[in-house]
Design a binder for this molecule. Sequence first.
Ligand code: 3HC
Length: 678
Amino acid sequence: MTAINSVVDLGRDGEIAIVTVNSPPVNALSADVRDGLAGAFAAIAGDSSVKAVVLACAGRTFIAGADISEFGKPPRGASLPAVQDAIEGAPVPVIAAIHGTALGGGLEVALTAHYRVSDARAKFGLPEVKLGLLPGAGGTQRLPRVVGAKQALAMVTSGTPIGAKAALAAGLIEEIVEGDLTAGAVAFARKVVAEGRPLKRIRDDASKLGGDAASLAPMFAEFRAANARAFKGFDAPEANIKCIEAAVALPFDEGLKVERSEFMKLMTGLQSAAQRHVFFAERQAAKIDGLPADTQPLPIASVGIIGAGTMGGGIAMNFLSVGIPVTIVETKQEALDRGIAVIRRNYENSAKKGRFSMEEVEARMARLTPSLSLDDLHSVDLVIEAVFENMAIKKEIFGKLDRIAKPGAILASNTSYLNVDEIASATARPESVLGMHFFSPANVMRLLEVVNGARTSKQALATAMAVGKQIGKIGVVSGVCHGFIGNRMLGKRQEQANKLILEGARPADVDRVLVEFGFPMGPFQMSDLAGLDIGWSADTSKGETVRDRLCEAGLRGQKNGKGFYDYDADRNRTPSPVAEQIILDYAAEKGINRREIDDQEILERCLYPMVNEGAKILDEGMAQRASDIDIVWINGYGWPVYRGGPMFWAEHDAGRETIAAALERMGMDVSPRLKAGF
Ligand code: 3HC
């Protein structure tokens, strides 16, 4: 075996050359990998004893894509198209041997090979759209020439990979290899040589496209219409569609030019920069600053959940779904039965949609133990308390848990606002206490704020983050402050939204501006959805706020069809004249001068104070880094991913200085970090 460079080797098995990429962790196409591949294929082209080539990767995966960390930097080394030309133009058959994930540029390299084989677990995809991009190395032109325009369209716009079986059925690979992949690929290469099979260059064969521009036009039109909602706001899906259309309508090289030009537009745009930021931010969020390298998270083999309401039930589902048994505790049999029934119904609905079998529903339910006694939590590894937001009750529960739970068990509260240190003070083991703040619906939303108390041990923190990952959440570490990262910032937005509707904006205007910005819904739609009466009581209401008065007038939000909006049976909404009058009366009573408020002011007043609060959260060390705040807002509150999160948006779009100046004009206390940089 010859080392071409530090990451690419060239070996031999008789007359078959074996090119191996070995660039951990994911064999991304860095300059070194490209140089190595160029060198290897140059050597092969000059060696007449080579009859075929196997291109394989060491480690956990085939090439997982271009090296995203190189994007936006000056180009170095061999270009990817040059490497692909060398593979596609090789004088002998090249067989890609694929395991792990052949993604993006990785799959595009494989598509320049003449044949592809894989192991049974390999996955194939063009996920560039998730980075605000399109496959820029011929993927949009070659993939439809293999799997047809229709399937290629679905793959490039969703970014979702397909498995080996589907790849075989679609003609993307020739064979699934059982046993050793490289050996199987070498055997396949010998077969190709022995049978004198041709060098199959995908670029030369348009027969699988599935039609021409005219015959496929209705398919493209239908696809656009069917996905209009999902693609709203994003630039990349439409650019991907255009490229597949070009593959159908144009000769290969012309199609490549369209791909190149669309790729460059996306690559230099803000949306892709934002989405690439999010890719790395998500991985960064998992890292705990100052965690000693030898910290081992505790194994979590069983979980106790206190409260079988909406949150408790949703939280339980996360664990049941990944095979971890849960004991769920309620105070009354009726509430317990209701909670269990909701969990079962949710699972059954998923099964009806074909996500898994009815046996799987039963398997998950079998992991659930209902209980009316906290004593039943004596042996679990992790307890998550999910009762309503009342400090006295939480302290009472944690006091009891302290006596019941086994030593070392992690005791977590799902509080959304309350002081975790005070909750911990009810125990003699504050090192085991922390917050695990899930977002509703807790079985769906990916965000998990892990609240690090003043005395929480590093090991407990690491355990909560690790178990979060195990149940498919994106954990973000937060310090103890009112509302933690997400709700603390949300509070600032709500404060302004509430003022805006008194000063002259209509709730529907505030909602519309934020929806146009990219949020799935605005603050008043959100209030109606959550229920206006959360935390409100008729006995204590003094009509002090607009919300008090809405509730006093019987407006409860979506649940009774009346809130800031009126809802019909299909949940279509129209602004409520009753709510409007209540707002007008309230403003008049408080002597607020109403005026025209334009969309720009609505946007600035809703978002700038949020960014400022984010900066204060950093000032106080409540978040580890600005990008963590972005992850919270994208995954917990629907901040549009193509805008990168509030801190990215402030830095790269709205401008920190512009925001600081506007906040000063609004008379607000501006965070030093907003001026100095995050
Ligand atoms: N470039 C640079 N670094 C990458 C990378 C890439 N394409 N893919 C993964 N990494 C890094 C991650 O940042 C992470 O680094 P860290 O350990 O320092 O945090 C490390 O590799 C491991 O990644 P994961 O933690 O995500 O590992 P998993 O095993 O969970 O997942 C994976 C592996 C499925 C390959 C996943 O990393 C992934 O989806 N990667 C991105 C794939 C992708 O989007 N490819 C297309 C790139 S764009 C492109 O190819 C353009 C072309 O068309 C020209």
